[in-house]
Design a protein around this ligand. Structure first.
Ligand code: ZN
Length: 436
């Protein structure tokens, strides 16, 4: 398959303002490539095929057709996360002061709060709606909601009223981040009615929601020579896109050239930004049960599952820090990371990244076979290190794991920046990793 165009990534980013939308966008790409969805509550088909499943804001996809055999050749997993730090609407959000109508929000994950100021914001997520009909089955259903009109904004205080602001902006998450979304008296229930109107249901049928704010500025190429890419959610929808494109580019069997081929798996997990401990996060049962059921559906047993794991390895794909030109001293001087310098392999002696010499070498080989350059990152020794789903996945499943990603600036800003050449190189390297 030819390298996907970076414009495909821009469209993916814009189509996926919430983890639930990221899963839906990915599912559409998979279905278009002949994948079928399986459900965890059903018995799975025993014939091989191209499959995926969803659990909340997470998705796992795999291919076990065409001579692929997990027990004899293992799994090749690429993992990434669908969530990004943002502002999320509270259960009783209707608030207001001084003639303004406002929404109460919580901060999700480690957001750069200042980056949410003075942006025109839309809303997206999912809403639990009461089900009408017979008194059997679930009482509610989940519907995606997405409002791409500018409906909200977190207005910054004028400099005349905060003369010291340029010496250091202080934002209180409770007091200073409530977006305005209109004028008038306090309107209890107004947000629920707004969602009901958007979904075309009665307001008393809106039971609950997972709704968040998103910046409406579209993803774009940037720079005098358009070498850069600016968007919301580069961390980590770039990796979700790259993993999915790599899987779609690895459908033809014959990766190893000898014997059975491994089963390629892509796992996109919600809740990485808050530690992965949830029913659908990377610390959940999702990946383990999916891999075990793939083995069972192919006629294997529990022992076969463990044999498969022992032959497997995992690429944890997540954003990496490029060296910032205005803060170069914050970076490890012997591990300069360039935008458009190729995928970044991340190491940490205290295993905040799962990479070790063995898995690093495997990914280096994948880059060499794909013909793409690679870089090596460690954080300064006197700074704390971020983490990813890599150590979690490695610990839960005993999977040999490498942490890699695309270099970017402004990680956890509402709008991040990376190189325009790196994403397709990342796809090429991941495609090799999924096949060999
Ligand atoms: Zn991330």
């Amino acid at each position: 398959m030819a390298d996907p165009d970076v414009r495909d990534l821009l469209a993916y980013l814009d189509a996926s303002p919430s983890p639930y939308h990221a899963v839906a966008t990915t599912a559409d790409l998979l279905v278009a490539a002949g994948f079928t969805e399986v459900h965890e509550h059903d018995a799975w088909p025993t014939s091989g095929g191209r499959r995926f499943l969803r659990r909340g804001g997470s998705l796992v996809a795999w291919v076990d057709e065409g001579g692929r055999d997990a027990v004899r050749a293992g799994f090749r997993v690429v993992g990434a996360h669908t969530d990004s730090p943002n502002l999320r609407v509270k259960p009783r959000p209707d608030a207001g002061r001084a003639g303004w109508r406002q929404l109460g929000v919580e901060v999700y994950g480690g957001a750069l709060l200042n980056s949410w100021l003075d942006r025109d914001l839309g809303l997206s997520g999912r809403v639990a709606v009461r089900r009408r009909g017979p008194d059997t089955g679930p009482a509610s259903e989940l519907r995606l909601v997405r409002v791409d009109r500018p409906v909200a904004r977190v207005p910054q205080l004028a400099i005349h009223l905060d003369r010291g602001v340029n010496d250091g902006l202080t934002l209180n998450a409770q007091s200073h981040l409530s977006p305005v979304w209109g004028l008038g008296a306090l309107d209890p229930g107004g947000f629920g009615r707004f969602l009901a109107d958007e979904l075309g249901v009665e307001s008393h049928d809106v039971l609950a929601w997972d709704v968040m704010l998103h910046d409406l500025t579209p993803a774009t190429l940037l720079g005098a020579d358009r070498e850069l890419l600016a968007s919301a959610r580069i961390d980590n929808l770039l990796s979700c896109w790259a993993a999915t494109r790599a899987l779609l580019g690895s459908l033809a069997p014959g990766g190893t050239g000898t014997g059975p081929d491994p089963v390629p798996v892509v796992g996109l997990f919600d809740h990485e930004e808050i530690g992965s401990e949830s029913a659908s996060g990377a610390a959940s049962t999702l990946l383990a049960t999916t891999l075990e059921r793939i083995v069972h559906a192919a006629g294997g047993d529990r022992d076969g599952f463990h044999r498969a794991l022992a032959r497997s390895w995992c690429v944890s794909a997540d954003g990496a820090h490029a060296t910032h030109p205005n803060y170069a001293e914050r970076h490890e001087p012997n591990h300069h990371i360039a935008v458009n310098g190729g995928p970044v392999i991340k190491r940490n002696a205290n295993v905040r990244y799962a990479t070790d010499a063995d898995t690093e070498a495997r990914f280096v080989s994948a880059c060499e076979r794909a013909g793409v350059p690679y870089q090596q990152f460690v954080v300064r020794t006197d700074l704390g290190c971020g983490s990813t789903i890599g150590p979690v996945t490695a610990a839960r499943l005993g999977l040999a794991t490498v942490d890699v990603g695309v270099a970017q600036l402004s990680m956890h800003s509402a709008r991040e920046l990376c190189g325009a050449d790196d994403p397709t190189r990342f796809v090429a390297a991941l495609a090799v990793a999924l096949r060999t």
